[in-house]
Ligand binder design. Sequence first.
Ligand SMILES: [Zn+2]
Length: 235
Amino acid sequence: MPPTKIKAIILKKIDFRETSVIVHLLTDSTGKISGLMKGVRCVSKKIPPIAYQEGACIEAFVYLKSRPGLELVTKPAVLEIFNFHSDKLVLWKKILFLVDKLVPASRFNSKEIYELVFNIGKLIPSIKNHRAVEIYITEKLLFLLGFGPFLEKCLVCGSQDQLNFFSGKLGGVVCSKCQAGESTAFKIPAKHIDVLRFFSKIPADNLSMVKYIPDQLFENLMKCLNEIIHYHINE
Ligand SMILES: [Zn+2]
């Protein structure tokens, strides 16, 4: 089979043997793949290290096997460096780790997830509120992967009233009448649920409008999202 041309964000890089690297790639078209870049660290190959650096966005060719496994990746070329410093680098690394953890290593149409991560990478230099980015990307990723959070009606009875409990196991809100029967549901102020709804609806460009997220609000929203991860995504 001829190689497939891909665009990808390097989620993780591990040096392999003397001159090679293994990379986890979030591609724009074929899901997440584990790739072997043979001999790229060899000086004579003249491949700039930036072309296989964690966090970089590259174009490359991949020899896709019939089943996912370690695929051969060749001719990496940089499209976008995404080279951040200090706290912005910490945030970017956190995002790469999260995406690598949540996105399964399988073949699927990953265009939307790729664009989400790429756009966040482009926005990082201009965004001051890192909490907003963290909530936004975790929520969007979970939603694109089909895990929720589902916030419009009680996931047990369908009611739209008194939605002030959340269950990570069910993947969304539970009303105060049904919560007694759901041992995993925990209480959360309805106005905090409103903020989760807000983040699910805005485009990434609007994140710079979010000025301040108090500790308690941030903790509650991350608790909701992390509970979904805890119940549905095991490493
Ligand atoms: Zn209910």
